[in-house]
Design a protein around this ligand. Structure first.
Ligand code: NAD
Length: 716
């Protein structure tokens, strides 16, 4: 053994070949944390001064190669300022350049994930041999930053500018075959043959069959593009990528700009340009939010796995009651992810609809080559349509998704309870009815909880798992395990009107109703909120949710929180409901809808709505854009704070992620609490105070005032 550290070890193989293996102790994956960077430096000191080494083979002792830099270390590094960020990058860039300058060839065996810094390390080696299990990519722009350890420098010089732009701007993971086609790796072999293949490649380099020096020269030289080619390629890609990413996500274009600026430079100057671009991005609020989201996601995953471990059994079979929009979607998702599911309805028509929906979604996947026709058949076979409860005694979980009517739901749940096993968990997908209330008629309320999916089920990642007063830990654990198995992001919340997401969404929509009452044009509000980052403005959102559904949910919220949610005026939503305009599903709501060329409902302005809305306008105040945004966002933020104070949700991180996953809250703002942090609790409280006459939705809770007084943040 030449070197044994806590992240790296080096052994000497026959014929003067050294093997450097990554194996970060105490972790399931390898990452480039500060320790690994420091050890790599020591290893290089050793390799450069040892005599008799003729080649370096680099491997991983774990299932992954290297998943990237340690993102949990970013916060402290970024907060220290641009010089420190550049210094942090330089330390590992020196390592990578030293790898590239070793007096013998280097070959890396990529056995699994090599992402971000992990792939950048591979790019600094002379040859890259990947196993078929490898997944490689540069996902930095998804975190609001750009590659900082040579990705923008080496990838275009190795694989060409088009590939580099595509890989870096999209930040996608690529499988081994695509990486081979893109010339990012040199060969792909079966996992069992990887070590031997990489070793063989190294021996060929040592024997002079492969010219590794030529590769080094190419990587260290300017990009081989003439002026015209360069102009065309960079200007076109900046325009295209800029339009795709949108103005709220500057990192992809910054990465291209760095490549452009460094195109005619040698390696060291190019790396400096990249580092400056990285530092510029790292200090943006966007990067802080996106890195925050990444860290929150890790927490969510850990909590979900923790619950899953507590479950008494894995979900082998499931059932859903009701084959409507939601039931059909749940059956599809469950079957797609491999959990067989019975789909029961009272009407054959319902079942036919549920099955045809699943068919449609699966056919699209086959068209996109994400599924073979045979696999599609297997998925469909996992959905067992039923008009009776036959076989329900064998299922581990039943999701109830019948019509949103308390009487019907109570009757269906009580009946289902007599048909299932004594330990079967029953979960309701109700969007508004109290879980504790629904549990009242059950013989085993401890086996019952909420499992609130969002529409459309296959697209929306969030599932709220709702604990009623009598729900057992095991019921929660099994339900979370089922959500995990379906590839969803479960968040456990306590029962209350609206649960978490609707409880904070409807105050936001109450803010909208008050603005329209005060004479603000709903289309102006939609545009402003979309510019603020929401995927759709509130009027459009109401159309998508359904005006009738919204009116019903508003009533539930008003009954549950009369002090904040009861209103003394007829809102624009009420007026549309009275006019029979129920939103997208009836092709008439705030907007009119007609199918576009792709068969998707497209909205157009409905001139007739102006009069319907005008009837409810009480004043025509002159309200600034800034105030409109404040009046929309404050009610959501105060209500979310109350949810955290009351323990409806356990952490600020989960609350923020629930909004990102469940409502499309702009990820570049990181969530409501991160948004409050970005403006400061004191500034937020001042802003709320300005609108306090609008009612208690605009009153900052005491906990927020305390944060303001003590200069505290939700994060850190
Ligand atoms: P839907 O009207 O599309 O489907 C309801 C289905 O239940 C129908 O096929 C009906 O035949 C069937 N049904 C009625 N009584 C039944 C019974 N006794 N046994 C079995 N099936 C029965 O409704 P949906 O939109 O799918 O909503 C279902 C549930 O999901 C509701 O509680 C709703 O609040 C909730 N939810 C809906 C959405 C949404 O956007 N649609 C989102 C989240 C949650």
């Amino acid at each position: 053994m030449m070197f044994q550290g806590k992240a790296l070890k080096v052994t000497l193989l026959p014929d003067g070949i050294a093997e450097l293996a990554f194996d970060l102790q105490g972790e399931s994956v390898n990452k480039f944390n500060l320790l690994a960077v420091a050890e790599l430096q020591q290893v290089l000191d050793l390799l450069e001064t040892s005599s008799g080494i003729r080649g370096l083979l680099i491997t991983s002792a774990k299932e992954v190669f290297i998943v990237g830099a340690d993102i949990t270390e970013f916060g402290a590094v970024f907060a220290a300022g641009p010089d420190q960020v550049i210094g942090h990058l330089a330390a590992n860039n020196r390592n990578f350049c030293r790898i590239e300058d070793l007096p013998f060839p280097t070959v890396v065996a990529i056995n699994g994930f090599a992402l971000g810094g992990g792939l950048e390390f591979c790019l600094s080696c002379d040859y890259r041999i990947a196993s078929t299990a490898a997944k490689v990519g540069l996902p930095e722009t998804k975190l609001g930053i750009i590659p900082g350890w040579g990705g923008t420098v080496r990838l275009p010089r190795i694989a060409g500018l088009d590939t580099a732009v595509e890989w870096i701007a999209a930040g996608k993971e690529n499988d081994a075959e695509s990486a081979l086609t893109a010339r990012v790796v040199d060969a792909v072999v079966e996992p069992a043959k990887l070590h031997d293949a990489a070793l063989h490649c190294l021996q060929q380099c040592i024997a002079g069959v492969f010219d590794y020096q030529a590769r080094r020269t190419q990587k260290k030289s300017p990009l081989q593009l003439n002026f015209i080619e360069s102009m065309m390629a960079f200007e076109t890609s900046k325009a295209f990528v800029g339009a795709q990413a949108g103005r709220n996500y500057p990192a992809p274009v910054t990465a291209i700009k760095s490549m452009q600026k460094a195109a005619d430079k040698g390696r060291d100057e190019a790396l400096q340009i990249e580092a400056e671009g990285f530092a510029k991005m790292a200090l943006t609020p966007v990067a802080q939010s996106l890195v925050g989201i990444f860290i929150n996601e890790q927490l969510l995953g850990k909590k979900a796995k923790g619950w899953e471990k507590k479950a008494d059994k894995k979900i082998g079979r499931a059932a859903v009651l009701g084959a409507g929009i939601m039931g059909g979607g749940i059956a599809y998702q469950s079957a797609l992810k491999g959990v067989p599911i019975k789909m029961k309805d009272i009407a054959q028509k319902g079942i036919d609809l549920g099955l045809s929906e699943a068919n449609k979604l699966l056919s699209k996947r086959v068209e996109r080559k994400k599924l073979t026709p045979a696999e599609m058949g297997d998925v469909l076979n996992r959905i067992e349509p039923a008009l009776t409860y036959d076989g329900f005694e064998q299922v581990d979980i039943v999701v109830e998704a019948v019509v949103e009517n308390p009487k019907v739901k109570k009757a269906v749940l009580a009946e289902a309870e007599t048909k299932v096993g004594a330990d079967t968990v029953i979960a309701s997908n109700t969007s508004t009815i109290s879980i504790s209330y629904l549990a009242e008629g059950l013989a085993r309320p401890e086996n019952f909880c909420g499992m609130h999916f969002f529409n459309p089920v296959h697209m929306m990642p969030l599932v709220e798992v709702i604990r009623g007063v009598k729900t057992s830990d095991n019921a929660i654990a099994r339900t979370v395990a089922y959500a995990n198995a379906m590839g969803k992001k479960p968040i456990v919340v306590k029962d209350c009107p609206g649960f978490l997401v609707n409880r904070v969404l409807f105050p936001y929509l109450a803010g909208f109703a008050m603005l329209v009452r005060d004479g603000v044009d709903f289309q102006r509000i939609d545009k402003l909120m979309e510019t603020w980052g929401w995927p759709m403005g509130p009027a459009y959102l109401l159309d998508v949710v359904g005006i009738d559904t919204a009116v019903h949910a508003e009533k539930v919220m008003a009954d549950g929180f009369p002090d904040r949610m009861q209103r003394n005026f007829t809102s624009c939503t009420d007026a549309l409901f009275a006019a029979g305009r129920l939103g997208q599903k009836t092709e008439k709501g705030f907007y009119n809808y007609a199918l576009d060329k792709k068969g998707k409902p497209a909205k157009v302005v409905a001139p007739e709505v102006a009069d319907i809305v005008k009837a409810g306008v009480q004043v025509t105040a002159d309200i600034s854009d800034e105030d409109i945004i404040a009046r929309m966002m404050i009610p959501m933020a105060t209500e979310l704070t109350r949810c955290l104070d009351e323990g409806i949700v356990e952490t600020a991180a989960e609350a923020d992620m629930a909004l990102v996953y469940g409502t499309g809250f702009p990820p570049f703002r990181g969530g409501v609490f991160r948004w409050i942090d970005s403006i400061g609790a004191a500034a937020f409280c001042d802003m709320a105070a300005k609108f306090s006459a609008l009612g208690s939705l605009y009153h900052a809770p005491d906990s927020l005032k305390a944060k303001a007084a003590n200069h505290q943040k939700f994060y850190g």
